[in-house]
Design a protein around this ligand. Structure first.
Ligand code: HEM
Ligand code: HEM
Length: 152
């Protein structure tokens, strides 16, 4: 099984499961966001209980994701940063996670309707961008890892 240098064997799988669950639960929240926040018709409609379960799953996986990113900061990011490898997409990923966290707090706590709507919309769009950036970072990262292995 694939692993991330410097981490226990299970960590890579855990990272992938958490990121996938985070994105999947976020996508499930999109129809409700379109209907309630943007006042538009969504192509699909989720029942109240499914929407509640998705929101709970999303919040839960978001907490886990923040923990996983914190764990990556201790070894993965430091080593990559010091070696000047995969820096651009790595630091951009980190910035996106930070934005998602900040805009999630905005969704909950902005009293002003316009600001709250802006938080929801930007959170959802940046969430989708995260998928692309994560894939790009992982593909380039994998290439770097394979080159390192061949060089040994
Ligand atoms: C670390 C990253 C993330 C954090 C901390 C986070 C956190 C949250 C929180 C706390 C909520 C409010 C849940 C509720 O309705 O009670 C939320 C809503 C939402 N999130 Fe995320 N999320 C993250 C990543 C993502 C990603 C990757 C997507 C991708 C699609 C996404 C899409 C959404 C959507 C569509 C909503 C509903 C917005 C609304 O109804 O106003 N999130 N997020
Ligand atoms: C400053 C920030 C970061 C830097 C400099 C960085 C650097 C690197 C480097 C050099 C690799 C090549 C393989 C290795 O060393 O193991 C890599 C791969 C990878 N990184 Fe990052 N990274 C950063 C942030 C992140 C973040 C925030 C995540 C996830 C949330 C992440 C997830 C991954 C994944 C999944 C791989 C692919 C591993 C593989 O398939 O072999 N990285 N990164």
């Amino acid at each position: 099984m694939r692993r991330l240098s410097g981490y226990p064997r299970w960590f890579y799988a855990a990272l992938m499961i958490v990121v996938t669950a985070l994105v999947a639960s976020g996508i499930l929240l999109l129809p409700n966001m379109i209907e309630l926040r943007l006042d538009m018709d969504a192509p699909v409609h989720l029942s109240g209980s499914l929407r509640l379960a998705s929101a709970a799953a999303h919040s839960f996986t978001a907490f886990l994701a923040i923990g996983v990113v914190g764990a990556l900061a201790t070894v993965h990011m430091r080593v990559g940063w010091n070696r000047k490898q995969n820096r651009k997409s790595g630091i951009s990923l980190l910035a996106l996670f930070f934005f998602l966290l900040a805009s999630a707090v905005g969704i909950y706590y902005f009293g002003d309707m316009d600001l709250s709507r802006l938080s929801s919309l930007s959170h959802s769009l940046v969430g989708l961008v995260l998928v692309l950036l994560f894939a790009w970072h992982a593909v380039v990262g994998r290439r770097i890892r394979l080159q390192k292995r061949r060089g040994r």
